[in-house]
Design a protein around this ligand. Sequence first.
Ligand code: TXA
Ligand code: MG
Length: 347
Amino acid sequence: MQTKYLITDPRTPNPDMLAEGGSILRRGGLVAFPTETVYGLGANALDGDAVAGIFAAKGRPGDNPLIVHVADKRTVKELAKDVPEQAITLMNAFWPGPLTIILPVGGKVPGQVTAGLETLALRMPNHPVALGLIKAAGVPVAAPSANTSGRPSPTTAEHVWFDLAGRIDLILDAGPAGFGLESTVLDLTVPTPQILRPGGITPEKLREVLGSVSVAFSEADMANTTTPPRSPGMKYTHYAPNAPLYLIEGEEQEVTAKIKDLALFYRGQGQRVGILTYSGGTDFTSFGEVLKAGHRDQPETIANALYAVLRRFDQLGVDVILAEGIEDRGIGLAVMNRLRKASAKIR
Ligand code: TXA
Ligand code: MG
């Protein structure tokens, strides 16, 4: 398959390009597009065969359901069986934006989208290209992140090209995505709303609106349990670069010492060592290939840079990556969630 690549302005998207993307989606094709989180790979959510194409292009396990993207809040009523008051409150507070809500699924949505579950993930993205594309398509758009399954999510159209060229119909390039990590996934089908995946909308912000919100136990724990995960995506290795990634967490001095120790150890074995750290921290230059993902005092800059840095380590061809942990509060919770999932200990 030939993949077409179109470049548009992020704020005032080219209407002809949106129309072209929309018509590809309507006739069952696959279109990659930017959102305010990461790039997504879209298909017509009402067309089961088109949705199956997403799984084939990404090599995604068939039991991992997709998020349906809408361009207005009203569409939610057509797709969900039931829209509780809490959902409306959340949509008013955070949509368009990086919050995905899980509701009971209605009859219109094909089983390929939900992987056969009784529930449906929904989100209204806050990006003019995403919204314009969904409107142009005239149908809701099922879209996972536009990466090969298991790889770090794409934050630029070049990342999408690298993973999926030849496998999809169109890439709409409107520059870097926004936040840099995927949306917060919140399950509203349980008595106390539960965060299944942390993201740009923090637990703190959700609690301001909802009162009590629980956070699903960490994926690091999940690896050692036999309980079926509530969010099927939680059980798979994710976001992982090619080289094994070791995440070092703890007090700063101990972390610094440990990274230096391990770097010397691996180098002694003839391995090329990558070190993932942050501006404003320790200088590890003489210990390996150092890449800095944002500034340690601004977790949002880390979220923004993380996936590109993980992909950069692949290009450098390092044999092992030593990554410095950050405090898992606020945006740091989403960053650490992704680093834990990418890390070798849970493979
Ligand atoms: O920011 C984002 O959410 C991006 C952009 C493109 O919108 N999309 C994204 O999709 O990250 P994906 O497929 O990479 O991640 C969707 C996550 C998976 O962990 C999946 O298991 C979970 O949402 N999910 C989807 N439907 C679900 C459901 N019905 N119940 C529980 N979890 C669900
Ligand atoms: Mg993904």
